[in-house]
Design a protein around this ligand. Structure first.
Ligand code: PLP
Length: 292
């Protein structure tokens, strides 16, 4: 069965989706485009944490003064229609709910009116099994995302890093370190990052505007504190502390919890996915299975 997306009041097979360029110069040419990527996990039939995704999308729009194309109520109705249209699809579906800049004024920059809605339905990316069994190999790259608490579609620095250091060092992905000190671990290209220290305390960068507030990050913190009796410290840590930590893992909507076993060529602990990491991965999957 094919997947259906939504654009300009129509449900369209994803492979036939064509975005109008001239109606969306600020989105297409200027990169004024935000989104959230949420997933309907197979047997669960509802989008996991949909409300949180929508809330983040509207918050992102507000903080960059982008005019949302619909009220939350109307957007939810449209999302319902997309979910319904795809209800017989067997497997996980990723919905990228996108607000794209729209038309521009004569200055070429100021958006004219509302942004445009695109809901792209796709099969989530299949990450190699190796990432879960052996853990990921990450490299650091000095960069801090501007407007970091906004989830936008500008991934140029991450792509450049993939074409250069990730390729050269045969790594699997990148972690951004604060360019002011070339030390402090911020977040990844499209994920948040956690480390576990020798006291089994779990550390992740705080929400001070320099990283995206990942939805999976929040859920994992809740699981640690509520169900696992683990202490979470939302505080910064350095590259050196990360390399010498007990366990490292990353979180995102499409990856859940994924183990990291190598950073900048340094092997983390015994080089195997951490025990607590894999427990948290299971706990997150279980939490999702039980939630609506
Ligand atoms: N950080 C960045 C820069 C991201 O792009 C993403 C997701 O794509 C995340 C973190 C993780 O966010 P979430 O858990 O909401 O998927």
């Amino acid at each position: 069965m094919e997947l259906f997306s939504w654009y300009q009041n129509e449900l369209i097979p994803t492979k036939e989706l064509k975005i109008n360029f001239t109606d969306d110069i600020t989105g297409q040419l200027r990169g004024f485009r935000i989104f959230t990527a949420c997933v309907r996990f197979g047997s669960n039939k509802k989008i996991f944490k949909r409300k949180k995704h929508i809330k983040r999308l509207y918050k992102s729009a507000k903080s960059i003064k982008m005019k949302s194309p619909y009220s939350k109520t109307d957007l939810n109705k449209i999302i319902d229609s997309v979910v319904e249209k795809n209800k017989d699809y067997d497997g996980d579906i990723q919905f990228d709910i996108i607000f794209s800049g729209g038309k521009t004024s004569s200055d070429g920059f100021t958006p004219l009116g509302l942004s445009t809605l695109i809901i792209l339905s796709v099969k989530p990316f299949d990450f190699p099994d190796k990432f879960f069994k052996e853990g990921m190999k990450l490299v650091t790259f000095a960069f801090q995302r501007p407007f970091a608490n906004v989830k936008y579609t500008f991934y140029l620095p991450a792509i450049f890093a993939h074409l250069t250091i990730v390729k050269d060092q045969e790594a699997d992905g990148i972690i951004f370190v604060d360019p002011n000190d070339n030390e402090t671990i911020l977040e990844g290209s499209s994920f948040n990052i956690f480390m576990i220290n020798s006291n089994d305390q779990i550390l992740t960068y705080p929400l001070n505007g320099k990283i995206l507030k990942g939805i999976t990050r929040s859920i994992v913190i809740k699981i640690c504190e509520k169900f696992k009796d683990l202490e979470v410290l939302e505080q910064s840590f350095t590259k050196n502390e990360l390399i010498n930590s007990k366990e490292v893992f990353i979180t995102s909507t499409t990856r859940d919890v994924m183990p990291v076993t190598n950073v900048d060529g340094f092997i983390i602990n015994d080089g195997k996915p951490g025990k607590l990491t894999m427990e948290l991965r299971e706990a997150l999957i279980e939490f999702r299975r039980n939630s609506n």
